[in-house]
Design a protein around this ligand. Structure first.
Ligand code: C5P
Length: 304
């Protein structure tokens, strides 16, 4: 059996440049992988199947893991007849804006490359990832990246050593709905140049002061728990707090790990709350490993 871990992301910065003719939105966004995430395992089998440990997650072709498998078989005649029994162990919350499904799709491509011994060239992998979803190419790369276009045009940035506190309200958000709430007149804030400069400086306070998400006002108007989560994080001592991606999870910036743990321990959070660390591209690398002999550490964790 082969397994792979798929750490999720936050958007430290998200500016909507414009709505495009094709219905997508032109973005300037800074993706950042954070530790934790799902685990996907696969063994050779007749046909393709997916099982998931979390109720409510589709295990048919609506799931990006199966879509990735079908796409790989479609593009690679030599694996067209191969099968796999896939098992997804879900940790990243759904409808959170943390790219859980997209991370799983990128992980599925890497896992099945290994299981079926069908390595993809970098361009082929990126093209297939972009066909699966706007932020799937980022998960092939991981770490910190400035993305443009619909999110698929990527350039690496140095990773800030930041500690975050995540808070995910119970209500989840669907991405198409979130984009429909965007109003060109709302949002605003720092330019992407100002933000990436602050990020390169590495000072958590400077980064926190320039956080931006143009989707936040519209989504927050429909999901008031998001504002409650931001206000809770700020009251608990976060240096700044923003919704990630299309929501509903919110992250707060802490001064350091100890500060993050103190924030997360405050009473009555308006959702599930946890501490996360920003991962470099090397730490976030999607590396399939053979499983069965050990319980492997999750992405960003120290080996036991
Ligand atoms: O690309 P993906 O399938 O992840 O996008 C899901 C939906 O999110 C799209 O159908 C679109 O409604 C919205 N979206 C957008 N602009 C983007 C990315 C996503 O409008 N840049």
């Amino acid at each position: 059996m082969w397994c792979i871990d798929s750490p999720p992301k936050v958007n430290l910065y998200l500016r909507i440049v414009r709505r495009r003719e094709d219905g997508y939105h032109e973005l300037e966004t800074v993706f950042q992988t954070v530790d934790g995430g799902d685990r996907l395992c696969a063994r050779e089998a007749e046909g393709l199947s997916l099982a998931c440990d979390t109720p409510g997650i589709p295990v048919d072709e609506h799931n990006l893991v199966l879509r990735a498998a079908l796409l790989l078989r479609d593009r690679r005649p030599e694996v067209a007849a191969r099968g796999a029994a896939l098992e997804l162990s879900k940790r990243t919350p759904v409808g959170a804006g943390m790219g859980g499904g997209s991370a799983d799709a990128a992980a599925a491509l890497r896992l099945l490359e290994a299981l079926w011994n069908a390595p993809l060239g970098p361009e082929e992998a990126t093209e297939m990832a972009a066909a699966l979803g706007s932020d799937v190419p980022f998960f092939l790369m991981g770490g910190t990246a400035l993305a443009r276009g619909r999110g698929e045009t990527l350039g690496p940035l140095p990773t800030p050593r930041l500690w975050l506190v995540l808070c995910k309200p119970e209500t989840g958000v669907g991405t198409p709905w979130a984009y429909r709430q965007w109003n060109p007149g709302s949002g605003g804030g720092a330019s992407v140049e100002e933000f990436t400069q602050a990020l390169a400086g590495g000072d958590p306070g400077c980064v926190a002061a320039l956080l931006r998400n143009d989707l936040e006002p519209g989504v927050e108007a429909g999901v008031p728990q998001i504002r409650a989560a931001r206000e809770w994080l700020l009251r608990a001592g976060a240096l700044g707090a923003r919704m990630t991606g299309s929501g509903s999870a919110v992250f707060g910036i802490a001064r350091d790990e100890e500060h993050a743990r103190r924030i997360a321990a405050q009473p009555d959070p308006p959702g599930v709350t946890w501490v996360a660390r920003c991962l470099t591209a090397a730490e976030a690398r999607l590396s399939p490993y053979r499983s069965g002999s050990r319980e492997a550490p999750r992405a960003g964790e120290e080996p036991a």
